[in-house]
Design a protein around this ligand. Sequence first.
Ligand code: IVH
Length: 722
Amino acid sequence: MGTDLGMDAIAVEDLTDDQARVELQRLAAEIAHHDALYHGKDQPEITDADYDALKRRNDAIEAQFPQLVRTDSPSQRVGAAPVGIFAQVVHARPMLSLDNAFSDEDVQDFVGSVYRFLGQLPDGSIAFTAEPKIDGLSMSLRYENRRLVTAATRGDGTTGENVTANIRTIQEIPETLPADAPDVVEVRGEVYMAKSDFLALNAQMEAEGKQAYVNPRNTASGSLRQLDAKVTASRKLRFFAYAWGEMSVMPADTQSGMTEVFRRWGFPVNPMTRRLGSVEEILGHYREIGLERADLDYDIDGVVYKVDRLDLQARLGFRSRSPRWATAHKFPAEQAFTTVEAIDIQVGRTGALTPVARLTPVTVGGVVVTNATLHNADYIEGIGNAGQRIREDGHDIRIGDTVIVQRAGDVIPQVLDVLIEKRPDGLAKYNFPTQCPVCGSHAVREKNEKTGKLDSVTRCTGGFVCRAQAVEHIKHFVSRNAFDIEGLGTKQVDFFFESDDPALMIRTAPDIFTLKERQERSITKLENIDGFGRVSVRKLFDAIDARREIALNRFIFALGIRHVGETTAKLLARSYGSYQDFAMAMEASAPKFGDAWNELNAIEGIGEVVAASIVEFFKEPRNLEVVQRLLAEVRPLDAEAPVASDSPVAGKTVVFTGSLERFTRDEAKARAEGLGAKVAGSVSKKTDYVVAGPGAGSKLDKARELGVSVMTEDEWLELIGG
Ligand code: IVH
């Protein structure tokens, strides 16, 4: 089974709900298949880069369609679950993964985000370590009273496999630690096989007429998971220490200090590790390591950057699966030449027209590529997002061109460059359509109000007139995390949408709720139509009626406002409490200034683009008309703030004002929200606490006026337990 590129050519943001659902199902199955091969038999069928790309596409689709996340999704696990031959070990601290950076800009963003989170100017004062990312297996080595007691693989991040007996055969890993080491020590790092040892082993396998191994990493993994430790001993495995788990006493207060201690204790640490300040220095070291890569005796697939100071690491903390204080800068992916046979246009749910290059099939990094996204009209023209020329000389892409395709950060292959010397005479320039290929409406590029520049996306202006958009909207409306109407699946929505019978057709969401009544007055009975029986019709009407009262967040999510996913809908529901308050606030926000607009923008997690999109939605009379018809049929229930923890601030609403001295706004908000509190941007009767720093002004006055409890930063810290 190779990597099935089925829907890969479709940009994630242009997948319909149904396509996304199918794609997530396919990805879950395919990734599970590769996991099993990889962990079970150590004979993978695809390259690591391909595997990573599958996972990234899964993540990207889930970010876009959070309502479709499957319980068996690979995102719900860090690695593969242990296969069960070895005893399981629950890690004292979880073994997490790293975020990836693929470009210099990504690295700049990472460094910038560290400074921003910590509330500092990006002045180069924060030191980072930069070290090769070893392509091996992560291992956690636990020492109690200075003796190695357990060695465990990462497993799913929480539970790994006990491979202690095999690890003891690795000479580079000390069995005991010096007398000054703390009582409990967990050293973490990478077990790997040197390229030279791998080649020698394969030569031996060949001489013995046995099948050769695929790559050093899988061989290392297979060697470690031998039940007979003698086999492991015969394969030379090695180790680099770079991280730690539980420590009864911290022997250093920096990342570099910790690795230095590990070195003193007898662990190998990578000699190319540097402590650096500026982004330029970091990128310089990345390039240096890139140049050395081929000459190293072990495989690396990137460079890992970590904030050096451990107190800063602690403040930065973790996202769900990876630390905010580290990132892995990956080396670029593989490329190949091929020709563009055609350019097709796909229309997505939001009306975006996405051009896709149909390519003469070519193998890139072991996978056959037949499609590549061309993103938008500018990209075909040779113009980047910032208006700059892209590709070598900014050449445009034409049907018939020879191009370089690359598979990198995403599974969707990209056209990297045009080989202009291979362009046949007389090739016509590609004309991007000015009409929607589905409904024929004008397709336009909106102007960005702020910059005055044209948006890069060409959009069909048909709205609900465009059948592609209208039907996709209904599918979204009835989907699991929106109205969740059982019995109204893709097939049924298509059927009702296509119908011309007034007693059957569903062209907009409110029509769903008038279906039963229209049926009762009509002679065309649904139960007589193929595919619908008496029972299923009754069940369908019951399912529809059951949703006449609905949680506010689901209602908002179901509206299908651009940029408003499930999370944003929840934020809005929690912030405004009732549909009436929400709608009134959106109406009051229409001029995009004033209190209502400021309050919307102050909601943590809602930026200006999202805010503007919501306000625009409520300005459009056609949307208001649909919402009004909907409200005649269904009642959104008021939202309650959930209490998420047993902290005294859980469920409370807090406003931070004035300049904070102990932490940045972002950090304060993240901490408060982590404890289950809601952070608001303005003071009202609903506010429980106002935390005021120096220079607090009108919000403090308002709090006093309303009798809201006001505290200093220190008092707040005491309340939340430091
Ligand atoms: S730090 C909390 N440093 O990459 C983060 N990881 O993609 C701990 N890896 O699971 C990881 N070289 O197996 C770190 N120098 C290095 C690494 C490294 C390889 C692996 C490790 C980790 C994976 C994350």
